[in-house]
Design a protein. Structure first.
Length: 304
């Protein structure tokens, strides 16, 4: 007897599957990955490889424990790469392994797996690592020579007597910072690909970047510096736009992006950390269910 599966509508079939979307995200991350290798050499390969190993290995273990058939969804691969991108290039190998495990187990699987997580898994992994081993997570090196240095935002926050990098250096990524966040050029190439493929909505990054620009101008800060100096481009296009942890409605996405921008600048200008992108996205992730609940579009044909 043939088994019938009954489910609620709408019943829409599309060739754009999760695997296809995640594949496009991986392709979009390739320019930043290449830039990290150019800037930091084989250290970038080490961090990315061990982060991916931690993420994929944890996915396998969780599925075995839950007695599920092993299914290697590419979202775990994306999580591993994104986690590596928000880590310093000089971290020991076991840091990205633990971070990848935390991202998958505590950031995704504990909520029920793919599609059920509340927070961005990669940022959950980074937050846990930063709270556990802050010395490793705040040790920066300069590109090419690997000399210890401070990030541009760190120079401003701590008032260090160092010369800030030029706009050109910020744009190309010739500065201290996390592995995959430094090259604005490479990240914008990847972001352009995602927008062209319609894999992300323009509203979140537009609202995010516009809010940071406006607050920078109001507080007499350099908006170009704040846009390029930290992990804002990486966060706005690759983290905040995560399908599961971002709002589903157009206005909800705009509010989400504005909230991320406000929190980022609040942390940068008034907080104890020089950077605020990771925590701002995690904080706004908590409000996504409320935004989806209270900001709903009017059903087609319904009158006021």
């Amino acid at each position: 007897m043939e088994k019938l599966i009954v489910s609620v509508g709408p019943h829409i079939k599309d060739k754009v599957t999760i695997a296809v979307i995640m594949q496009d995200v991986v392709i979009a991350l390739l320019p930043a990955m290449a830039a990290s290798f150019w800037l930091f050499g084989w250290l970038s390969v080490k961090v990315i490889a061990f982060s991916v190993i931690g993420a994929l290995g944890s996915t396998l273990i969780c599925q075995k424990l839950r007695k599920k058939k092993f299914f290697l969804d590419k979202s775990s691969l994306v999580t591993g790469v994104l986690l590596a991108f928000v880590l310093p290039p000089s971290v020991p190998w076991w840091i990205p392994v633990i971070g990848g495990a935390c991202a998958i187990i505590l950031g995704k699987e504990i909520f029920g797996g793919l599609g059920h997580n509340i927070f961005n898994p990669a940022l959950v992994g980074r937050a846990i690592l930063l709270a556990s081993w802050p010395a490793y997570l705040t040790a920066w090196i300069s590109p090419f020579d690997g000399v210890s240095c401070a990030t541009p935002l760190g120079i401003i926050k701590e008032g260090l007597p160092q010369t800030l990098p030029s706009y050109r250096e910020l744009f190309l990524g010739i500065r201290g910072g996390c592995l995959g966040e430094t090259s604005v050029l490479a990240l914008l190439i990847g972001a352009g690909y995602l927008l062209w493929r319609r894999r992300i909505d323009w509203r979140i990054p537009f609202a995010y970047l516009t809010t940071v620009t406006v607050i920078s101008l109001v507080t007499h800060q350099d908006p170009l510096f704040h846009l390029m100096a930290g992990g804002l481009i990486l966060g706005a296009f690759f983290m905040a736009t995560d399908y599961v942890t971002s709002p589903t409605t157009p206005w909800g996405r705009i509010i989400f992006g504005v909230g991320c921008g406000i929190m980022t600048m609040l942390i940068r200008l008034k907080g104890g950390f020089p950077e605020g992108v990771s925590y701002s996205i995690l904080i706004m992730n908590m409000f996504v269910p409320l935004l989806d609940r209270f900001i709903r579009p009017k059903p087609f044909g319904q009158k006021k």
